[in-house]
Design a protein around this ligand. Structure first.
Ligand SMILES: Cc1cc2nc3c(=O)[nH]c(=O)nc-3n(C[C@H](O)[C@H](O)[C@H](O)COP(=O)(O)OP(=O)(O)OC[C@H]3O[C@@H](n4cnc5c(N)ncnc54)[C@H](O)[C@@H]3O)c2cc1C
Length: 392
């Protein structure tokens, strides 16, 4: 008999193929054997999970979207989602840390020349290096076109100046993909994107920023002061930066939505288990409709989230425009993560508020999904814009 996941109805196929199932099972085993014993350590210390990253690299579960000819897995967005959901089920902090190279690699995949890909992807793989994606600035997050960093051409170099903030992996990264204005007066058309090396004069990083959750994924400020960037490190042409940034979102949002799905699923499983074991008034609390309906709502959200995230990945992998489906998935899945984590705490009662139990971490880790890779409000703006575009 087919499982729900394998059901085929009227030409719609929800079945993972054999390779995808193997990838999911490999990730599940990796999470069980390698994540679970160290989750608490990284949550409490906030250290960067170098050893875990290197183990993931060895079995092809990091640097997934780097093309095979440069040592990566050449994974599809859907495959990234399969891994992202399983990782996040174990720990979303570790999941974000292990996925950071995939975000930073996207501008190179989208706009890099063969020479740029060969040079930097080979180095990243050989050095087991971390790469970070540098868009956000202290005065410009949602308003991407409002960034103030500049890269002004001088002969064969660009002189890069600016400050970036909330950069995942910033404290440990050896390479950065950096967005800056090559023509500061041209609005979004004046934005460009560069590959920058940590070792270059004028590049510095702050201490890790203290934050609510996802402690295993350090973030920091990154500063560029008169950094000489060789012109050959420009990705695409001058002025392509905004387009590159938008195309990045179409590929980065589905895996982020899958990460949110992982936390929604984990919250559900923890709540179901606890509600079946905890007694009040002489019966398991799952028997009270007030609790049972919470569990049912959590199940509805986790399933819907899974399908929306996978659908948006499938769209882009099949050459379809997924700007709307990725925004829908990102907005819905992140809400599912936050609501399920909150309901899980409620099901656990006082114990849900305790560090002794797993759901306290889930609620700290879930909130970020409504903020990074574009806030929920920005997703709704995109969805609205796309609705009227379709109607034209
Ligand atoms: C833990 C973490 C990791 C991150 N990692 C990275 C990274 O690796 N690289 C990177 O470049 N960035 C990263 N970011 C930055 C992240 O993408 C931004 O924080 C996010 O895009 C929001 O920008 P902001 O913080 O400047 O908020 P703002 O843009 O100032 O928004 C503040 C509030 O106003 C709302 N708002 C803004 N504009 C509108 C509008 N037009 N309509 C309605 N509401 C609006 C927002 O939804 C939000 O609620 C990270 C952030 C965090 C917290």
């Amino acid at each position: 008999m087919l499982t729900a996941e394998e059901t085929v109805v009227g030409g719609l196929n929800f079945q993972l193929n054999d390779d995808q199932k193997m990838l999911r099972d490999l990730t599940r085993d990796f999470v069980r054997n390698e994540f679970m014993p160290v989750v608490e350590h990284y949550d409490q210390t906030g250290e960067w999970p170098t050893e875990l990253f290197e183990k993931a690299m060895e079995i092809g579960l990091a640097n997934m979207n780097i093309p095979e000819e440069y040592g990566g897995l050449g994974a599809s967005v859907l495959e990234e989602c399969i891994v992202g959901e399983e990782y996040a089920y174990g720990c979303t902090g570790l999941s974000t840390a292990l996925g950071v190279n995939q975000l930073a690699a996207l501008p190179i995949n989208i706009a890099g020349t063969d020479a740029q890909k060969a040079k930097y992807f080979n180095r990243v793989i050989d050095e087991k290096a971390i790469m970070s994606y540098c868009m956000t600035e202290p005065d410009a997050g949602s308003d991407v076109a409002g960034i103030k960093s500049t890269a002004i051409r001088r002969g064969d170099t660009y002189i890069l100046n600016g400050a970036k903030t909330w950069i995942t992996g910033g404290p440990v990264a050896r390479y950065f993909t950096v967005f800056a204005k090559t023509d500061p007066d041209a609005g979004h058309k004046g934005m460009s994107c560069f590959i920058v090396e940590r070792e270059w004069a004028g590049v510095s990083v702050s201490k890790p920023l203290e934050k609510l959750g996802q402690h295993a994924a350090q973030t920091s400020m990154v500063f560029f002061e008169d950094v000489e960037v060789p012109a050959e490190n420009l990705l695409g042409r001058e002025g392509d930066g905004f387009m590159i940034g938008m195309r990045v979102f179409d590929k980065s949002r589905p895996p982020v939505a899958s990460g949110a799905t992982g936390i929604a699923r984990r919250a559900l499983d923890e709540a179901v288990k606890y509600a079946g074991e905890r007694y009040a008034f002489g019966q398991p609390i799952s028997q009270f409709q007030g609790v049972g309906f919470m569990l049912a709502d959590m199940k509805i959200r986790a399933d819907a989230a899974h399908h929306l995230a996978m659908r948006s990945a499938w769209d882009i992998d099949n050459g379809l425009r997924n700007t709307s489906s990725a925004a829908v998935a990102k907005a819905y899945c992140s809400e599912a993560a936050v609501l399920n984590a909150s309901d899980a705490v409620q099901v656990f009662g006082g114990n849900g508020y305790s560090r002794e139990y797993p759901v306290e971490k889930l609620i700290r880790d879930a909130k970020i999904y409504q903020i990074y890779e574009g806030t929920t409000q920005i997703q709704k703006m995109i969805i609205l814009r796309e609705l009227y575009k379709d109607a034209r």
